[in-house]
Design a protein around this ligand. Structure first.
Ligand SMILES: C[S@@+](CC[C@H](N)C(=O)[O-])C[C@H]1O[C@@H](n2cnc3c(N)ncnc32)[C@H](O)[C@@H]1O
Ligand code: SF4
Length: 462
């Protein structure tokens, strides 16, 4: 890893990981002022590389952000030279390239019509990805800078079984059986306290999202009890029912009764062999059955799928996509597998290869667009294979506002439940404060009052 005196060590390390394994080769990196000019200096395999750039001007925050940008760009240029390959997202190591582009526009550094060039020049992002970002900016509707407009999130970190690749904190239902009822009691307590806060501060909830985990793993009576509390009058109300084997007509009746408008049914792949391999308990037929039930009830449906699952070649992925396009759900979310290097699954992945993976992702994105789907949000995760991305698509006008607000961080989110992260956006000051709840169900049950107090404090001076 980098031994460094640079203040951007973490980001430089993140970039290095994209090129090498954990135990890397970078010796030293530092900045040096010489004759009024700033130099970024790296030593690698005994060779020294240095880049000179103009000393940035502007506010302290702005200068820091530019220096970070140039440090990353310098390292990236050096790595490209040494390794003879580029990365789709260039020197950009963050998770929100669309927010980066929006900030560029809002700060006057670029205009909307020149955003592609801005991303290519300042971050060496590939033309294909820069064009994708600019399309997403055009498709994003409903971003309103009004700090009284918020979204409401409920986290149910419980699932029927643990998927092999899952990086989220979620519990197998059989392991937390005795905690489910007390957990719902505490979530309800938190919701009630937040309803009072929302009323007192004259906040307006515009979307509700119940995610996880797999909220639909709850029994119909438990879902009924929980949703009964979510009485905000909204046009968009999503409940994740990701695992199709948890979906029954009775549960969908409960969702309908409480005004849910959108659900997620996530195939991930339409290969039964892969589903078994990754520890999901459903088969592709379960997706078809659950989807038919959902359509009958008139829910909008999102479907997630993942590229890079173990054992899958390009042909399997093409088949999954073509089945998805035949089903034509309102939203499709395309994920690139995110895996820690060194894990058993990571080794397995090599079957597909990074180069091919990028091609497959690009092909999926263009096939979706050719079929009439439009990209509307994008984010990257750490350890995503090939440094690639996740992209949400919609058809017609059915995009999910909650996804835009949360990914772009343009609206506050009050979030309840274990591991839920509340965010308060201060639009005028251009900053965000976060208040995470404790991660585990057991701790949450013990400390729910503290979670409530912390959030009341976060919103005390609205
Ligand atoms: C938080 S999960 C919740 C959805 C639901 N529990 C399910 O699995 O169907 C949201 C989505 O993230 C994606 N996901 C989860 N783990 C991932 C990983 N390691 N790499 C890429 N995508 C992942 C899956 O497509 C999943 O549907
Ligand atoms: S169902 Fe979703 S949240 Fe649950 S373990 Fe699988 S990927 Fe993770």
């Amino acid at each position: 890893m980098i031994k460094t005196n640079s203040e951007f060590k973490k980001e430089l390390d993140d970039l290095l990981i994209m090129f090498y394994d954990q135990d890397s080769v970078m010796d030293i990196v530092h900045e040096e002022m010489r004759a009024g000019k700033l130099f970024e200096i790296f030593k690698c395999h005994g060779k020294t590389f240095e880049y000179e750039y103009n000393d940035p001007t502007g506010s302290e925050l702005r200068q820091k952000s530019l220096r970070k940008r140039y440090a990353l760009l310098s390292l990236y240029k050096m790595l490209v030279k040494m390794e003879g390959r580029t990365l789709p997202w260039g020197s950009f190591t963050g998770i929100r390239p669309t927010a980066l582009a929006r900030t560029g526009i809002e700060s006057g550094e670029t205009k909307e019509h020149t955003v592609t060039e801005f991303l290519e020049k300042e971050f060496m992002i590939s033309n294909e990805k820069a064009v994708l970002v600019s399309k997403i900016l055009k498709n994003q509707k409903g971003i309103i800078r009004n700090d009284h407009l918020i979204d409401f999130y409920v986290n149910i970190p419980i699932c029927p079984s643990r998927c092999l690749y899952c990086s989220f904190i979620s519990n197998e239902v059989k392991q937390v059986k005795n905690l489910v009822e007390p957990y719902i009691d505490c979530v309800i307590k938190e919701i009630r306290a937040m309803k009072k806060l929302i009323y007192d501060k004259a906040l307006i909830v515009r979307t509700i999202y119940v995610g996880g985990g797999t909220p639909s793993v709850l029994e119909p009576s438990q879902l009924d009890r929980l949703l009964d509390e979510l009485t905000f009058p909204v046009n968009e109300f999503t409940v994740e029912c990701g695992r199709p084997e948890t979906i029954t007509k009775e549960k969908l009746d409960v969702l309908e009764k409480h005004g849910v408008t959108r659900i997620c049914i996530n195939p991930q792949t339409f290969s039964d062999a892969t589903l078994k391999r990754i520890g999901r308990l459903h088969k592709k037929a379960d997706v078809f059955n659950a989807y038919a039930l959902a359509i009958e009830k008139g829910f909008k449906v999102n479907m997630d799928f993942i590229v890079g699952l173990p054992g899958e070649k390009a042909g399997t992925i093409t088949k999954t996509l073509s089945t998805l396009l035949d089903l034509a759900p309102n939203n499709i979310t395309l994920h690139t597998l995110s895996l820690k290097r060194g894990s058993a699954l990571f080794e397995n992945h090599e079957q597909l290869g990074f180069k091919n993976l990028n091609k497959v992702i690009s092909k999926c994105e263009s096939d979706l667009m050719n079929a009439g789907y439009k990209p509307y949000y994008l984010y990257r995760q750490k350890y995503q294979l090939g440094g690639l991305e996740n992209v949400g698509f919609f058809r017609d006008e059915d995009l999910c506002q909650f996804n835009i607000d949360s990914m772009e961080e343009t609206a506050s989110i009050i979030a309840v439940g274990a591991n839920a992260i509340t965010k308060r956006v201060f639009s005028i000051e251009n900053r965000i404060e976060r208040e995470p709840n404790v991660k585990f169900i057991k701790d949450y049950i013990e400390r729910v009052d503290e979670m409530i107090e912390r959030k009341i404090k976060l919103f005390e001076n609205v």
